[in-house]
Design a protein around this ligand. Structure first.
Ligand code: 1CP
Length: 339
């Protein structure tokens, strides 16, 4: 193991860390002037296949904010792109597909990733050379529901209605789609593990749009397979937005750590999950509210997580692009001092 007593890994494994571990989703990205400069004139998805650049962007927030982990700069659609799916990331919008996947024939033709993505492995290796043994490198993949939503809708969606329509009108096609997506996700995750990541997060950002029976029937088996594929290798974090009502079901997928958004209290989340370690819960908008507001939220979350085996500090969703970078640095310092 490259890491030695890294606070995030200690907390994920239920041991006492040397300081309260913190990283922020979307800590790399538009909140940082150095990111905007590094990415200038370079297409978002292209940047995910440029080892030096992706490593530099991954490391920027670690240097600036003193967070306890680097999160791989990539995107949930990178393995689809590498498999040959026509996808672009449109500035200000997100992933947009050349052709949506809506029929059994579309699903049958969806390519499965069967090659290495050497650029990502090289990027991870550059990052690992720069990190101290106390700083963990977190890799990630998108979960099949969230990825399927982009594929079926054709792009970002507010209500995910075409995705849910496919699920309920053609359940066999839905399951075939999940069965074709899962090996691509497992392959990309395996490549990150082989490249040396210290922990992983499964992002099922849009799972919170589902009710629990649908989640259990149409999604949980596949997310379970993905998490199982790296069981015993690295700590696993499982996260979705607006998933207060799904926490019990999601925690059955098998991660060591459950990510919690900001809509549910950590006290309630702890009662709902099978895991003994939670992550998250600070409202990203609090980074606009001043240090006292952050301090108050940190005190609340600290009290609510006191009885757990571990807590990894994070926001309830990603850093908002217009967040002041200095407010992020101060929030990290407040967590290290008072968390
Ligand atoms: O122009 C830009 O700067 C592009 C914005 C951007 C960035 C910085 C996109 C497009 N992706 C990313 C990087 C990214 N994507 C990371 C970086 C690592 C970090 O956290 O610092 C991660 C973890 C992702 C994963 C991702 N992509 C998720 C899951 C995380 C989440 O925020 O819920 C999702 C849903 C996506 C899709 C996506 N990619 C980009 C955007 C703007 C979106 C969301 C679009 C939508 O609202 O549907």
């Amino acid at each position: 193991m490259r890491v030695h007593n890294a606070p995030i890994i200690e907390a994920a494994n239920g041991r006492t860390p040397s300081r309260p571990p913190v990283w922020f989703m979307r800590q790399a990205g538009r909140s940082l002037p150095e990111y905007r400069q590094a990415r200038e004139g370079i297409d978002m998805l292209d940047s995910c296949f440029m080892p030096e650049l992706l490593a530099e962007i991954t490391l920027q927030p670690v240097r600036r904010h003193d967070v306890d982990a680097a999160i791989l700069f990539s995107d949930i659609v990178v393995p689809l792109k590498a498999a040959g799916v026509g996808v672009n990331i449109v500035p200000g919008r997100g992933p947009v597909m050349d052709a949506p996947i809506r029929t059994a024939a579309d699903v049958g033709a969806l390519p499965i990733l069967d090659t290495d993505i050497p650029e990502v492995a090289q990027g991870i290796s550059i990052v690992l050379d720069e990190l101290t043994p106390q700083q963990a490198m977190i890799g990630f993949v998108g979960a099949p529901f969230t990825l399927a939503s982009y594929l079926v809708e054709g792009g970002p969606s507010k209500n995910h209605e075409k995705t849910k329509a496919l699920m309920h009108s053609e359940p066999d096609t839905w399951h075939r789609l999940m069965e074709r997506l899962t090996p691509t996700i497992v392959a990309f995750l395996g490549q990150q593990v082989d490249a040396g990541i210290d922990a992983m997060q499964l992002f099922d950002s849009w799972a919170g749009y589902l009710n629990e029976p649908d989640y259990r029937e149409f999604v949980l088996p596949y997310s379970t397979q993905i998490l199982e594929s790296v069981a015993g290798k690295i700590p696993r974090i499982h996260f979705g937005v607006g998933t207060g009502e799904l926490l019990t079901a999601m925690s059955e997928a098998g991660s060591e750590v459950m990510g919690v958004d900001y809509r549910v209290s950590m006290a309630d989340a702890a009662k709902r999950v099978k895991t003994r370690v939670l992550q998250g819960n600070l409202d990203p908008a609090l980074l606009f509210a001043g240090d006292d507001a952050v301090r108050a939220a940190v005190a609340r979350i600290k009290a609510e997580t006191a009885g757990l085996d571990g807590h990894i500090w994070n926001l309830g969703h990603g850093v908002l692009p217009t967040t002041d970078a200095e407010a992020i640095t101060r929030a990290v310092a407040i967590i290290h001092e008072e968390g």
